[in-house]
Write a protein that binds this ligand. Structure first.
Ligand code: NAI
Ligand code: MG
Length: 475
């Protein structure tokens, strides 16, 4: 059984109590990590504070060079990172390999980004020179979930380091192993010890201690709305900025004139990728009435042919992350039995090659009332819910009819319809005749409404990790 320590000030730290890491493909534990609490968080924030004092004065080209070194090491270790990522999350190996590539890309992208991020001069009057510069927050706190541990780590750690901050990360207790590998790689890349620390353990203990710590200058959180609110309160106590990425119930809106040959494989991937445990999963299918029967029949056929299996056999669909998540998903299936029609799937798979892994069939729930919990709440499993619309106005009303607003997909061959939908659908990203950006490192990403606030990825994601200082000099 692997027992990697937490990573504080460049060293492995162990605690008496530990948290088991379970392989979702088998339901069996295969590693443990320390059950950290306030004491370890204290050490980590102190180490990051000291390291960040020097780091902020390291010239930008040198910071960028070290970030590029991290990218190169991630590429070097891509296969071992992918194997561990797949094992701890249950995601198909191909996806985990892609996640590792995207992780490297974040470090490369933000190395370039910080080199291109200039301040400005402001024309106030002829006798005054006014300019702006970017100041780091000091130490940034990062609370990440288990669905894309590598990618979500990279999208906030890379820009934070680039801007001259120190970092303390609390990865999800279900999947903390690749974060520990990343912290070690950063030191190997030449990042000073103490600048990037990983404190493992539970949200209620290690996570809460980190988010409440007075030494933290900025918090990034990706996870549930419920915990996002708790963390926002903690941030308010210390009057610090937060970036909140709280998931969604993102619609794919399919008009009767859509090219279904193009749409069907993308719609399937949008809900089955990572077993539906993707913040931007295409979790609602809104389909124009006249093509409903045809589209549902085609989706059912594809769902029936999906290969399902353990992560390391590289199936199309792996298990969900945990017993808890399995129970949650099956709870929604129970609701569907009463309220809607299960058009395909709806069963847990166990025994034989599935053993006691957390496998769920791809599931298609049809004729869902748009007001019901099935259409309103994030299920976070391989479960697609379908409702029909009459016309474009109806589609907009349904698309916007949840608390969320993260991503949307529009399928039409009519240019005006496409642009009207882009204008009217409330979402941080809108895709037309495609869905999802496969990492989308370059593309600003984040939510409207309860999907959160702040933008990660792209150039937008860099600016959040610093604050503007305005200098006014009389000549
Ligand atoms: P969660 O929001 O509880 O966990 C996310 C992270 O927050 C983990 O690192 C956890 O340890 C930490 N955390 C939990 N309580 C905390 C606290 N009081 N203070 C500080 N940190 C805390 O999500 P969970 O329980 O894993 O999943 C529940 C649901 O949340 C899922 O079914 C899904 O709907 C949603 N979710 C959304 C994600 C997204 O990508 N937006 C990712 C993970 C979950
Ligand atoms: Mg939770």
């Amino acid at each position: 059984m692997q027992q990697p320590g937490a990573f504080i000030n460049g060293e492995r730290v162990h605690t008496e109590a530990n948290v088991e890491v379970i392989d979702p493909s088998t339901g069996q534990p295969f590693a443990t990590t320390p059950d950290c609490g306030p004491a370890e968080v204290e050490q980590a924030v102190e180490a990051a504070t000291i390291a960040a004092r020097s780091w902020r004065s390291v010239a930008v080209p040198e910071r960028a060079r070290l970030l590029r070194n991290i990218a190169a090491l991630v590429e070097r270790d891509r296969e071992s990172l992918a194997q561990i990522e797949a094992r701890q999350t249950g995601k198909p190996l191909k996806q985990a390999r892609r996640d590792a590539e995207i992780t490297a890309r974040y470090f490369d992208f933000y190395a370039s980004g910080v080199e291109m991020l200039y301040g400005s001069t402001i024309p106030l009057n002829n006798d005054t020179l006014v300019y702006t510069s970017w100041e780091p927050h000091g130490v940034t706190g990062h609370i990440t979930p288990w669905n894309y541990p590598l990618q979500i780590l990279a999208r906030s750690i890379a820009p934070s380091l680039a801007m001259g901050n120190g970092c303390v990360l609390k990865p999800a207790e279900e999947a903390p192993l690749t974060a520990l590998m990343m912290a070690e790689l950063a030191v190997e890349a030449g990042i000073p010890a103490g600048l990037f620390n990983v404190v493992t353990g539970y949200g209620e203990t290690a996570g809460a201690a980190l988010t409440q710590h007075r030494g933290i200058g900025h918090l990034s959180f990706t996870g549930s709305v419920e915990v996002g609110k708790v963390i926002s309160h903690a941030a308010a106590e210390n009057v610090i900025p937060v970036t909140m990425e709280l998931g969604g119930k993102s619609p794919n809106i399919v008009f009767a004139d859509a090219d279904l040959d193009r749409a069907v494989p993308v719609l399937v991937n949008a809900i089955l990728q990572n077993a539906g445990q993707t913040c931007s999963a295409g979790a609602r299918l809104l389909v124009e009435e006249s093509i409903h029967d045809e589209l549902v029949a085609r989706l059912r056929e594809v769902f029936a042919g999906v290969d399902i299996g353990p992560a390391l056999t590289d199936p199309t669909l792996g298990p969900v992350i945990s017993q808890q998540q399995l129970d949650r998903v099956m709870g929604y299936v129970e609701i569907a039995k009463d309220e809607a029609s299960i058009s395909y799937g709806g069963e847990r798979l166990s025994g034989g090659s599935y053993g006691s892994g957390y496998f769920v069939q791809p599931t298609l729930i049809d004729q869902v009332d748009p007001a019901s919990r099935l259409a309103q709440e994030e299920i976070f499993g391989p479960v697609l819910v379908t409702s029909t619309f009459k016309d474009a106005d109806d589609a907009v009303r349904l698309a916007n009819g949840t608390d969320y607003g993260l991503v949307a997909g529009v399928w039409t061959t009519n240019v005006s319809t496409a642009h009207r939908m882009i204008r009217d659908v409330v979402a941080g990203q809108v895709f037309v005749n495609t869905y999802g950006a496969s990492g989308g490192v370059e593309l600003p990403f984040g939510g409207f409404k309860r999907s959160g606030h702040g933008r990660e990825k792209g150039f937008e994601g860099l600016r959040g990790f610093a604050q503007v200082k305005t200098a006014v000099v009389a000549l």
